[in-house]
Ligand binder design. Sequence first.
Ligand code: SF4
Length: 214
Amino acid sequence: MLRVTEIFRSIQGESTHAGRPCAFVRLTGCPMRCVWCDSEYTFVGGEHISIDDVLSQVQSMGCNLVEVTGGKPLAQKEAFALVTRLCDAGFEVLVETGGYQTTEDLDHRAKIILDVKCPASGEEPRNHWPNLERLRADKDEVKFVITDRGDWDYAQEVIARYELQKRAHAVLISPVWGQIDLEELAQWVSSSGLDIRMQLQLHKYIWGPEVRGV
Ligand code: SF4
């Protein structure tokens, strides 16, 4: 059984898949506490649902793309089996995960969107660096959520240290909602000389930052 906060259909709001129809499976629970977390409602509660039932709910949504997210989805051991079942069923599967849990045993067919925690999150010491070495250039993406100049400098240092422009399919630079000047961040990104991508969380611009299940 999995503990599930919500299953819903929307458009993908982030990554190079932004704008695509997508079914989301948001698992409950997270061992981290990023100071700017926008998903605190996933920390507790949730409903126990079998993998079979999750699969049939996802199948009823009619989307080819599925994202398994959280919370911290890989904190539940059964999440690995869910990802394999979704891949077996022919879905294109994205797994959005912070750097804390190892991605080593994740089904190789799934595409990883790896969230590297920057210093202003308060969780930077918990990054699990081998996850960056496992990124695959044909499918995996890496994301830095930026609060301030210190985070931006940190992101550039990690991008260089792990050669992420070569190692990942995309390097995503995402602002913390409402906490950083977007023009300033765009200026940093555009003048960096790096092959990276600034992204905005599309769903928050469409439905607002507080609405769940979108
Ligand atoms: S890892 Fe994600 S869900 Fe967990 S505290 Fe950080 S932002 Fe929130």
